[in-house]
Design a protein around this ligand. Structure first.
Ligand code: F7E
Length: 370
């Protein structure tokens, strides 16, 4: 799927008034195959951007979330999303693609983003999340120095996990106290970004995003794990759901809303850092109640606690104060907690129905867990 770069003139597609090659903005996204990468790509394509995504080589294709917007690059008049092989652990690939693509905006969304997994693979997590961001910033700094393209803007995907054990509400002024290798690495990436802004005058922003979910969320994050199980239990493909700490509280928003905040940060006159949050917090147990209750089930009949899902150090309570983003960016979330839960459950009930067809036809094992 990955291709070479081609910046040919396009015609009008999908009702989007396309800009001429000289005016059209070019974005580069790391992590384009992830939840946020897919929503951000849709948003930027709608705005008329040409979008380039860096993807990792994998023996299985990992582009499911962007397949619906992929157009064969041989169709140069229509393909405004282009994919290239690169890796945040490979500095030369980052420098080469920035030089080749000459982006106007860079969104660094790639990460080993699972907090619990970061305790199992801490070196790798630091290499990708912390040093990977540094490599990308350094590639950008070199590109700007040699090309003189000082207008290029950079977005760093920060995380509410950086606040860790500091009590809520958490704003841009709240001290970080990371509680995992992932969170410590995100803190490093945050400060690298601030430093490159101060040292070299790069337009670099940190978005400190609280948890954001969707039907495209990875299946081992707690919200999607729950809604996948609700769908499968409702349809009769599963009976139990094993979870860890139900008392952790999170400020859960909709990923589609949050990518808009990323874009807005890069449209401002000056670079800055912003918290993006709904300002509402709910426990995992409350999420369970809502999700199971929505389809007429009682979560207590299905959930079992399994110690393996507890973390060596937990983040107990996250609730953002996003007043700065609301005022300066004019951003606010459109989807609330209940709507988010229903959206995810609705999609996962439909997915389970399709799985049931495969199970009934003997193409899939009913016991198979997501
Ligand atoms: C903003 C931030 O958001 C995410 O990090 P996270 O908050 O750790 O997300 P999660 O869905 O893995 O856990 C939420 C809570 O749920 C508890 N929990 C209970 N039982 C299970 C369980 O069975 N699985 C999981 N995964 N969590 C469980 C778990 O202990 C934790 O307290 C990432 O996108 C991260 O990249 C990021 O930046």
């Amino acid at each position: 799927m990955a291709s070479g770069t081609d910046r040919s003139q396009s015609t009008t597609t999908n009702g989007v008034e396309e800009l001429s090659i000289s005016k059209r903005k070019v974005a580069l996204i790391t992590g384009i195959t992830g939840q946020d990468g897919s929503y951000l790509t849709e948003l930027l394509l709608d705005k008329g951007y040409e979008v380039h995504g860096l993807i990792r080589r994998s023996s299985n294709f990992n582009t499911q979330r962007i397949n619906h917007i992929y157009i064969d690059p041989h169709n140069v008049h229509k393909a405004r999303m282009k994919l290239h092989y690169a890796d945040l652990t490979d500095a030369s690939s980052l420098r080469r693609w920035i030089d080749t693509i000459s982006p106007d905006e860079i969104y660094n969304l790639a990460a080993q983003s699972h907090v619990a997994v970061s305790f199992e693979i801490p070196d790798y997590t630091a290499d990708v999340v912390a040093t990977g961001s540094l490599r990308l910033l350094e590639a950008l700094r070199s590109h700007i120095t040699t090309s003189g393209r000082t207008h290029v803007k950079y977005y760093q995907a920060g995380s509410s996990e950086m606040f860790g054990s500091t009590p809520p509400p958490q704003s841009e002024d709240t001290p970080f106290h990371p509680r995992s290798p992932y969170a410590a690495s995100k803190c490093a990436a945050h400060w690298y970004t601030v430093n490159y802004r101060e040292a070299y005058g790069i337009f670099a922003c940190n978005g400190i995003l609280f948890n954001h979910e969707s039907p495209r969320r990875g299946e081992n994050f707690v919200t999607r794990k729950i809604t996948r199980a609700v769908g499968r239990i409702k349809i009769g493909l599963q009976s139990k759901l094993f979870l860890g700490n139900l008392q952790a509280s999170r400020d859960w928003g909709f990923a589609g809303d949050y990518v808009e905040a990323m874009w807005l940060m890069l449209q401002q006159d000056k670079p800055d850092d912003y918290v993006v949050a709904t300002e509402e917090s709910h426990t995992v147990e409350e999420f369970l109640e809502k999700a199971f209750g929505y389809v007429g089930l009682n979560w207590k009949d299905h959930v079992e606690i399994d110690k393996r899902y507890f973390r060596p150090t937990e983040v107990d309570n996250l609730k953002g104060d996003s007043s700065k983003a609301r005022k300066a960016l004019g951003w606010k979330p459109k989807v609330g907690f209940e709507q988010l839960v229903k959206m995810m459950v609705d999609e996962d009930v439909e997915l389970a129905k399709r799985e049931k067809v495969l199970v009934d036809a003997g193409f899939m094992d009913a016991q198979q867990q997501p």
